[in-house]
Design a protein around this ligand. Structure first.
Ligand code: PXL
Length: 275
């Protein structure tokens, strides 16, 4: 692909280092033209701040899609993250079906839950709609909580390989072609990524850093998308994204005032070097 152009659809959390304010710089740094479709505008993200504003942009989507279609604008990949409403998920499915080039990939991060719980504003109806979007994913990039919601599996913090393989199989049964399952830990002090690509399981284990930051799922999925669109295999892209995300978390360690996100900017150079 000479100069790939992708579309990412997710919210703008004006403050909070997540979603579009993370995806746009990270994918751009990967050398990929990054078009955006904001799903909503929030004053901050919803995890840890209270009293945030939320402006839903669902109703703007059909006219934007129609304009792009009239202009014959098509994408070399579409990557979706946090979406604002159930109706919007249906619009996004239509955008993928009509504006992604024939061989272009759909990368779906079902950004809706973590640590066993749905984010505020989401419910089971939203989960069911998200299942429909994941069914058309070439790559679905959930954490374990999201994968459990998508597959109606009980969430566990202690598990074995059979539990994880069963979740991955259910995601494939849902319709996703390839699965990148994040935050899979089989031994203390380490965590990793399970990649189910072209029918084959692979696992990349890396150090577990105990400080947790919001937005690392978005950092991960954005770096994965950038690397994939730059021609890496899913496993290579998953490894690059993991090493980059770990470095971002390391940069943020021991900073009590920086609980709302991870400092992804200083490590961008590392990301580009790995590509
Ligand atoms: O990082 C995921 C995310 C994205 N956007 C919004 C969020 C969250 C997580 O809480 O609240 C608005």
């Amino acid at each position: 692909m000479a100069y790939p152009k992708i579309l990412t659809i997710q919210d703008i959390s004006c403050v909070g280092q997540c979603s579009l304010t993370v995806a746009l710089p990270i994918i751009s740094a990967c050398g990929v033209e990054t078009c955006i479709l904001p799903s909503a505008i929030l004053s901050t993200h919803t995890a840890g701040f209270s009293g945030f504003t939320f402006h839903d942009l669902t109703d703007d989507m059909p006219a934007i899609r129609e304009h792009w279609e009239k202009e014959n604008i098509k994408f070399d990949g579409i990557y979706t993250g946090y979406l604002g409403s159930i109706k919007q998920i249906d619009y996004v499915i239509n955008i993928i079906k009509t504006l992604n080039k024939a061989d272009a990939k759909a990368i779906i991060d079902p950004a809706m839950a973590d640590n066993g719980k749905l984010y505020p504003l989401f419910d089971q109806k939203y989960v069911n709609a998200m299942k429909g979007l994941c069914a058309i994913a070439d790559y679905v990039v959930p954490n374990i909580t999201e994968a459990c919601f998508l597959t109606d599996t009980e969430y566990k913090t202690e598990y074995d390989r059979a539990y994880i393989d069963c979740i991955v199989e259910k995601l494939i049964a849902l319709g996703a072609k390839n699965v990148i399952l994040t935050g899979v830990s089989y031994r203390q002090g380490y965590t990793g990524i399970v990649v189910f690509e072209n029918g084959e399981y692979k696992y990349y284990e890396h150090e577990f850093l105990p400080n947790s930051c919001h937005g690392t799922g978005d950092i991960y999925a954005s770096a994965f998308t950038g690397a994939l669109v730059r021609g890496k295999t899913a496993f290579e892209a998953a490894k690059i994204a993991a090493d980059y995300t770990v470095e971002c978390i390391r940069q943020t360690a021991e900073e009590e005032n920086h609980w709302y996100g991870a400092k992804f900017e200083p490590a961008l150079k590392l990301l580009t070097q790995m590509l």
